[in-house]
Design a protein. Structure first.
Length: 443
């Protein structure tokens, strides 16, 4: 087995000629190497990381709680980049094309934007699932952040987690892909509070479907925030490489190509408000879970999500559970629906919490992982994410439900910022609704 350390902006550190690691963890590189050399357990590892360990007759590959750095492997190679590994395998086969795995496209067509689990578009390539390590081809789940205890919210504790994360990551005067929303404004306030001067870049378009983020940026400029503008016509892939890497029929994020270009050549490393606080329970069907929890079988929660995903392109979101509708959506791809129902059903059953939590949080990890997938495959920018820090992610994912309701959206961030950021605090984004990029796709 060989490791392909192919991304110049996500280079793995080489330790002792056999350990390759990217990111940071709660144990040092040297301690991890010692554990691996002595065949000892390392399942207490947490952080934002991926590592590969290769020695004679043994190899191990491991990823964190949301695959902030992805890993893929074949019979011959381990690689953080799917398209690079696929090309390497074709070379290994003397130009013979890889066998396509038809399940990948069919599952993606149901899920909408990604394929959960280990399946890839190629039969010869496997993806590491979240919180999993693979040893000589055998996969082991070593942790599960969804099983962490339910948390109370404490402003001082939460603030300390953010400060500690900036230290572990080693932030500087970096570039923030700035939406004008609550998370990106919170990060900017945090950085300014800690003495940094981040560069802010905001994407806009004359074709934008809403003016929420532009309004936020205008109001922030009025109080002397320096925000650059990157204007585009439409979102989506600009090049064939964009189509292959970021907008494929495997894991797709049509918003990443304009984001890539917006921050390319800008100061320092790149970050954004991803993955957010994953604590806001407002959704088109969260009230269904809350009000009728005792009558909802896990399968209904799964089917509701799958039906919503299947029809998302038509902007139609079902507001009620109708067995006949689900059967109609499922009958075209019964094997794929069975796969997804089993996958998500096992996830729900594994979460030792009441349905109010497990029926809602079963897919939040994958939604988070999808939000970072394109960044992990970006060879042009070095990305990092404060909100993906394990301790921060664990806190917001497992907050008690009482902190996830109320009239102020993402109130936890508001409370931290108002309490801790002093002269740098502004409530402008909390005066506006939550909105996405809002730029129509070119495809």
């Amino acid at each position: 087995m060989k490791f392909i350390n192919c991304n110049p902006n996500r280079q793995f550190r080489e330790i002792g000629l056999r350990l390759y690691i990217y990111g940071y963890a709660n144990i040092s590189d040297e301690e991890l190497l010692k554990l691996l050399d002595e065949d000892l357990k390392f399942d207490h590892i947490r952080g934002q990381f991926a590592f590969v360990y290769i020695r004679e007759k043994k190899w191990i590959a491991c990823v964190d709680h949301i695959c902030t750095t992805q890993l893929f492997y074949s019979k011959n190679f381990i690689c953080p980049s799917l398209h690079i590994l696929a090309k390497k395998e074709v070379e290994q086969r003397d130009g013979l094309a890889l066998h396509r795995d038809s399940r990948s496209y069919k599952i993606r067509s149901v899920m909408g934007e990604y394929v959960p689990g280990t399946i890839t578009p190629y039969e010869q390539i496997t993806r590491l699932d979240m919180e999993t390590y693979v040893e000589n081809g055998e996969a082991v789940q070593y942790a599960d952040v969804c099983k962490e205890p339910t948390r109370d919210f404490d402003i001082d504790e939460a603030y300390d987690l953010f400060v500690n994360a900036t230290k572990r990551i080693g932030v500087g005067n970096d570039t923030i892909l700035f939406s004008g929303g609550k998370e990106s404004v919170f990060l900017t306030m945090l950085y300014k509070h800690l003495g940094y001067e981040p560069s802010l870049v905001h994407i806009t378009s004359p074709n934008k479907k809403h003016s929420v983020d532009d309004t936020s940026c205008s109001l922030l400029r009025a109080i002397d925030w320096d925000i650059d503008t990157h204007e585009i016509e439409k979102s989506g892939p600009y090049t064939e490489e964009d189509k292959e890497v970021f907008c494929s029929k495997y894991w797709c994020d049509n918003t990443h190509p304009p984001k890539l270009n917006a921050v390319y050549m800008r100061t320092g490393r790149k970050t954004s408000g991803e993955v957010g606080t994953v604590d806001n329970q407002r959704s088109t069907y969260s009230s269904l879970f809350v009000n009728y929890m005792d009558d909802i079988h896990p399968g209904i929660a799964i089917d509701l999500h799958l039906m919503r995903s299947s029809v998302n392109n038509n902007k139609h979101v079902p507001m009620s559970y109708d067995v006949k509708k689900f059967d109609r959506y499922a009958k075209n791809n019964p094997e794929e629906w069975d796969y997804l129902r089993t996958y998500w059903g096992d996830k729900i059953k594994s979460i030792p919490k009441s349905p109010m939590y497990s029926h809602y949080m079963f897919l939040l990890q994958y939604n988070s992982s999808h939000r970072l997938y394109a960044q992990s495959q970006d060879h042009y920018n070095e990305w990092y994410n404060i909100f993906a820090d394990y301790d921060i992610y664990n806190l917001f994912l497992n907050l008690d439900w009482k902190y996830k309701e109320g009239d102020i959206q993402k109130k936890t961030l508001y409370d931290i910022a108002k309490s801790k950021f002093g002269e740098h605090f502004t409530d402008i984004p909390w005066q506006l609704p939550i909105a996405g990029l809002g730029v129509p796709n070119v495809i």
